[in-house]
Structures are given as structure tokens and as C-alpha cells.
Design a protein around this ligand. Structure first.
Ligand code: DAT
Ligand code: MG
Length: 181
């Protein structure tokens, strides 16, 4: 099945100089690159991106990590959108398991990730967990004009384009933070 995923080179990957390596690994697949952006990670973007983990004990550290606060204030990350057959399985195989200590040592996380003494997984890359999350995340990180393929419907609004269904499929995992009372 054709799927879409968001790939992020996280702050630890950026400071370790791994952006080129990550891109190279993805270039070796048959996945099609349809979006690329250097993005500043604000608290709002971070907590919306990880909203499904907001009840977890490690949530605050995770937000600080993706904002670059644990990596010398590295607050920009590289975000890429890919599409292709079986994209989630292919991309997550390159990334490796969530916990770098459990990841295959040939994967990016297994090769370059680490678990800090505070228990934060500095795991170099983010890859969407499934195609529903892939759609939600690409719409969160990219505007329609920044995506070079016709992935999802968009509408004209105030002279620019916006995603027709910005929150993605209705089956998304839980409400947005702004919907929480
Ligand atoms: P993945 O990034 O593999 O999709 P996830 O969506 O479950 O994994 O979690 C998002 C991130 O949160 C993950 O990359 C690292 C962090 N994380 C997840 N579980 C954790 C745990 N038990 N302890 C510390 N960090 C964790
Ligand atoms: Mg995930």
C-alpha cells in the first residue's frame, strides 16, 4: 500500500552531523522525497507532534529534547516527507527500534543513538508510526505548497493554500492539546 511518512533528523542527529548520513540511507530506498524543511521546534509544535504521549512520565524531557534543550540549544531540525509503497515499514527498518539499546546495530538508532542517564532516548531520527500518523505529521510540519506531490487535498484561504483536513484522519490518536480543557 502507498503510504506517507514524516522523517525528522532530531537535535542529537543535527549536532552529531548525521543529517547527510540519514538522507543517504533514505536515498538508497525507492521512497520518493516530496518535502524538505529546516524547522525551528517551538514548544507548541513539539507538544502537538507528541500529543499522544502527553500522559507519559517522560513527556516533559521529550519536549525539551526535541526542542534542542538537551543538545546545546540546537533548536532547528530537518524534516522530510516521503511517499511510496510500504513506506512506514521501510523507513522504520532504517531507523531501528525506539530504544537505541534495543535497536539493530546496523540501524540509525542502533548505530548512533544513546539512552542518557536520565533515561531520555536520544534516538537521532523520528519516523511516523503508521500512515495515519504520517498524514497528521506531514500536515503539521508542512504547508501544502511545500509538498511537491498531490498527497492530500488542500483549499485556497487568504491567498495561500491550507490543508482541507488539517488534523488528518478522524481516527487520529486522541485530541489535539488545544482541545483538552
Ligand atoms: P517512535 O519514535 O519509535 O515512533 P514513540 O512514538 O513511541 O516511538 O515515542 C516517541 C519518542 O518518545 C521516542 O522516539 C523516544 C521517546 N520515548 C518513547 N518511549 C520512551 C521511554 N519509555 N522512555 C524514554 N523516552 C521514550
Ligand atoms: Mg511514534
Amino acid at each position: 500500500m502507498k503510504e506517507c511518512i514524516l522523517l525528522i533528523v532530531k537535535p542529537d542527529g543535527m549536532v552529531k552531523g548525521l543529517a547527510g548520513h540519514v538522507l543517504r540511507r533514505f536515498e538508497e530506498t525507492d521512497l520518493r522525497l516530496v518535502g524538505a524543511r529546516l524547522a525551528k521546534v517551538t514548544r507548541e509544535l513539539a507538544s502537538t507532534h507528541y500529543h499522544h504521549l502527553r500522559e507519559k512520565p517522560f513527556f516533559e524531557e521529550l519536549i525539551r529534547f526535541i526542542m534542542g534543550e538537551l543538545n546545546g540549544g540546537q533548536d532547528t531540525v530537518l524534516a522530510f516527507a516521503y511517499t511510496g509503497e510500504d513506506a512506514v515499514r521501510k523507513a522504520r527498518a532504517i531507523a531501528g527500534a525506539t530504544n537505541p539499546e534495543e535497536a539493530d546495530y546496523r540501524s540509525i538508532r542502533g548505530s548512533f543513538g544513546r539512552v542518557t542517564t536520565k533515561g531520555v532516548f536520544e534516538n537521532v531520527v523520528h519516523v511516523s508510526s503508521d500512515s495515519i500518523e504520517g498524514e497528521r505529521e506531514i500536515k503539521l510540519w508542512f504547508r501544502p505548497e511545500e509538498i511537491t506531490a498531490d498527497l492530500f487535498p488542500s483549499v485556497a484561504a487568504d491567498g495561500r493554500r491550507e490543508w482541507a483536513e488539517p488534523a488528518g484522519p478522524k481516527t487520529r490518536t486522541g485530541p489535539w492539546p488545544s482541545e483538552t480543557p
